[in-house]
Design a protein around this ligand. Structure first.
Ligand code: ZN
Length: 350
């Protein structure tokens, strides 16, 4: 049975002008071009990002962080750090990216007949590396954390889950939600890799201890490894936490042909990840919001985002992957999976 899904679009995204940087204004149009030519386009509900207020951003970031983004952009084009360029419009585009995440939350929480079960916000700049105090790693404001805090405040939610499948660890989201039991943060990421965090012993602190769950995946992990991680760790933890909203930090840079990492997920793998999360949300009667994070190969990103939407909406889509790797590597995954489970057994029944 098909499910209601769609997109949140950010018309001004290219005004966050990063030139020839891997995270650039051509990424989202490449995805939209494919979607608009497909049979699935007519099934998608389309929403437009609104600009978040500074008050909304302040639920996740310090005043100092917000001011660095604002004043750097005003001086743009310049760089906030060695990875993170900004242009004159970047502050406003970043406010809209966070506001796009909030728009998606409102749409899936509305409860109106025909409202979307899930939405995929095709926003940039991405957010998951931005910590409370620091814009970094292509990220200005942490869209996932802003959305989680907004959902808690606006709808009185006590449990929001954030699942981050970007190939890089979502250090910023982890940092902001670290001691917050009203938010569960789960990250599957290549380890070791930028930004260097996300090891097993990072589990949150204080009231939030146990509500940060890290799955450091060995290099050359593909569909099998990620789907086993989902089935044996992510799904049981999500079921036990019983979230009232699921936010996905959807980065497609764990694909075999992505140039920024070494993982080997295929189109089918991303479709399965998306379907598993949508099935979980449907089983539990909750809304789901996916936020675009990484994914830098313009030849494959459109295919991967389409595969994800297909999983959300349960569409029949051709998932042929011209870049699919053959076989699977002996990368120590079975042992790592046991290590992950051992680390989490103090908090979850696995
Ligand atoms: Zn990434």
């Amino acid at each position: 049975m098909s499910r209601n899904t769609g997109l949140v679009l950010l018309a001004d995204q290219a005004l966050h002008d990063t030139g020839a940087h891997p995270e650039n204004g051509r990424r989202i149009p490449s995805v939209l071009d494919r979607l608009q030519r497909s049979d699935d386009w007519g099934r998608l509900q389309i929403f437009e990002a609104r600009e978040a207020a500074v008050e909304d951003i302040s639920r996740a970031h310090s005043a100092g962080e917000i001011e660095v983004v604002r004043s750097s952009a005003a001086m743009g084009p310049t760089w906030i750090d060695g990875d993170t360029p900004v242009s004159q419009a970047s502050y406003h585009v970043a406010l809209k990216a966070a506001g796009g995440a909030m728009e998606a939350v409102d749409a899936v929480m509305s409860g109106k007949t025909g409202s979307p079960d899930s939405l995929f916000a095709l926003i940039r700049p991405p957010g998951h590396h931005a910590t409370r105090e620091r814009a970094m790693g292509f990220c200005l404001f942490n869209n996932a954390a802003v959305a989680a805090r907004y959902a808690a405040e606006q709808y009185g939610l006590e449990r929001v889950a954030v699942l981050d499948w970007d190939v890089h660890h979502g250090n910023g989201t982890q940092d902001i939600l670290w001691s917050d039991p009203r938010a569960l943060f789960i990250s599957m990421h290549q380890w070791p890799l930028y930004p260097g965090t996300g090891w097993l012993d990072e589990v949150g602190a204080g009231e939030g201890e146990g509500f940060t769950v890290n799955l450091p995946m060995p290099p050359s992990s593909g569909d099998r490894e990620h789907l086993e991680a989902m089935e044996q760790v992510v799904e049981p933890v999500l079921e036990a936490y019983d979230p009232q909203l699921l936010i996905v930090s959807a980065g497609q840079d764990a694909h075999a042909a992505d140039q920024l990492a070494n993982q080997m997920i295929t189109t089918t793998g991303y479709n399965r990840l998306a379907k598993m999360t949508a099935d979980f949300a449907a089983r539990n009667g909750i809304g789901m919001v996916a936020l675009h994070e990484g994914g830098y190969n313009l030849d494959t990103l459109p295919l991967l985002d389409h595969a994800i939407l297909s999983g959300f909406g349960d569409f029949e889509t051709d998932l042929t992957d011209p870049y699919a790797p053959e076989g699977s590597a002996d990368n120590g995954w079975p042992e790592r999976l046991e290590e992950i489970k051992r680390a989490q057994k103090a908090y979850w029944r696995l």
